[in-house]
Unconditional design. Structure first.
Length: 67
């Protein structure tokens, strides 16, 4: 959770799923200038519309039934 540094600095940041490394999830961190929360959310939404990383399940969990 590397958004803590951005939060302590007072700038908006978010992390969204962008892949897996050795079957562990990896996040894409997006930071922006002060008061740019809406822009960051729009960028994250556009990324998720173009990719399906946020829907993928690690192979270790695919056989289990998740809610």
């Amino acid at each position: 959770i590397y958004t803590i540094c951005a939060n302590l600095a007072g700038v908006p940041a978010l992390s969204i799923p962008c892949g897996f490394v050795r079957d562990l999830p990896v996040g894409l961190q997006i930071c922006g200038p002060h008061f740019a929360e809406a822009k960051l959310l729009n960028v994250a939404h556009a990324y998720q519309k173009e990719t399906d990383w946020h829907r993928r399940i690690p192979a270790a969990y695919q056989s289990e039934k998740l809610p």
